[in-house]
Design a protein around this ligand. Structure first.
Ligand code: SF4
Length: 417
């Protein structure tokens, strides 16, 4: 069900994810958006509405003149737009472009994605991280085929019934693909709003997030809702950047309180970061007649469903070399010989920092694989393992073992935040 091409580009840039900031004290001398937000609901006066237009109209004019030519902006196909939105979450535009192109070439419509093998979807996702997105895409495609006649629901409410589609993605797809007046708030929008309103409170507070959603709803009401949402995100990605915002050429400079106060670069105020938990583990490259053992993790939990070199977690105080043979025996049932340490790689997940001790070993002839925790195994070469859905830590381990090139191993470190 490919739809449309042609018509003016759409959409958005950079990272994502809701953060939110507070609407704190507007200065008495300039209160453009806030006034419209606080008093600009259904009963807003013409004057209050004018405040919104002060941002809306120049923003759209600027977007028309300066938006980036991104491949998904040339499509009007809701499916293609949805895939781009799923990929762009937590991931940079430049990273997403080749993934999006490959994905659309392989799965050009909802039906082909619904019929796909999950492993084939994973394979095209490898390197983008957050594999739950790939799982949810396929589950949602199946639901669209089974319950919606093969067409994406055309409202935010309908979209939110699908696996993996939350408030942001529903707003993005509904507004961009279906021209619904649906708001969205991502990291870029939070930054723009926090600065426009000179919000000093923590942008991660729930009340502040809700306030930004209300403001986004106010702004999106009117013509060209999809372009308006994309313009907001584009502004955050290209001019109202975290460091050195380019206020001098900003289309909404006249209504920006933080700029007027000289505080743009210090906003939004960052939420306190969740502490990153250290995690220690080991992995063993087990060789059997030139092939490596790859094992698939359980369907839930950290790195769910991904393939890796077998291994396991280490308790505090445990030396990896003292436990490698035991962990291999317990996890995959094999006895190994010529076990030798190779080194350590580090990988940061969202809230965890993994230190992975890497070993190589040979499988003792006559012992057979018997899995515990893992759900499947294959004997493959390094390329075969890399063709399966795997975490960045596995790619780094293969790099350390000299089984994949350094660029690939480094890319594993870059691909995720
Ligand atoms: S004037 Fe500066 S701080 Fe304000 S929205 Fe524009 S780029 Fe951001």
């Amino acid at each position: 069900m490919n739809q449309a091409m042609g018509r003016p580009p759409r959409r958005r840039p950079v990272e994502t994810r809701e953060h939110a900031a507070s609407g704190s004290g507007a200065s008495p001398r300039s209160k453009p958006i806030r006034v419209a937000l606080e008093r600009g609901g259904p009963g807003a006066s013409a004057g209050e509405r004018t405040s919104i237009r002060r941002v809306r109209e120049p923003l759209l004019r600027w977007y028309d003149a300066h938006r980036r030519d991104l491949p998904w902006r040339r499509s009007r196909d809701p499916y293609a737009i949805w895939i781009s939105e799923a990929m762009l979450q937590q991931t940079r535009v430049e990273t997403v472009i080749p993934y999006w192109e490959r994905f659309l070439a392989r799965f050009p419509d909802v039906g082909s994605l619904a019929r796909a093998e999950q492993d084939d979807v994973y394979a095209l996702w490898t390197g983008l991280g957050y594999y739950s997105r790939a799982r949810n895409l396929k589950a949602a495609a199946e639901s669209i085929v089974a319950d919606h006649g093969g067409r994406l629901p055309d409202t935010a409410e309908g979209l939110r019934t699908l696996p993996g589609i939350g408030r942001y993605t529903a707003g993005a797809v509904a507004s961009i693909a279906f021209e619904r007046e649906e708001p969205l708030v991502d990291g870029n929008v939070v930054r723009v709003f926090a600065r426009l309103e000179n919000v000093e409170e923590d942008s991660g507070e729930k009340a502040i997030v809700e306030r930004f959603w209300a403001l986004a709803a106010e702004l999106v009401a009117g013509p060209r809702p999809g372009d308006l949402n994309q313009a907001l995100m584009e502004l955050g990605a290209t001019l109202c950047t975290p460091k050195r915002p380019q206020c001098l050429i900003c289309p909404v400079r006249a209504g920006c309180l933080a700029q007027a106060a000289g505080r743009a670069e210090s906003l939004p105020r960052k939420a306190k970061r969740t502490a990153v938990r250290p995690l220690r583990a080991l992995a063993v490259a087990i060789d059997r007649r030139g092939a490596l053992l790859a094992a698939r993790r359980p369907a839930s939990g950290l790195m769910a469903g991904l393939w890796e070199l077998p291994g396991g977690l280490l308790e505090d105080g445990e030396e990896a070399k003292d436990h490698a043979a035991r962990i291999v025996r317990e996890k995959v049932g094999l006895e190994v010989r010529e076990l030798e340490p190779v080194g350590r790689v580090e990988h940061v997940f969202t809230h965890r920092r993994l230190a992975l001790e890497v070993f190589r070993a040979r499988a003792l002839p006559g012992t057979r694989v018997a899995l515990a925790d893992y759900t499947a195994h294959r004997w493959v070469d390094a390329e075969g393992l890399l063709a399966l859905a795997h975490a960045g830590s596995t790619r780094k381990a293969l790099g350390l073992l000299g089984l994949c090139d350094e660029d690939s191993a480094r890319a594993a470190g870059r691909s995720r935040k």
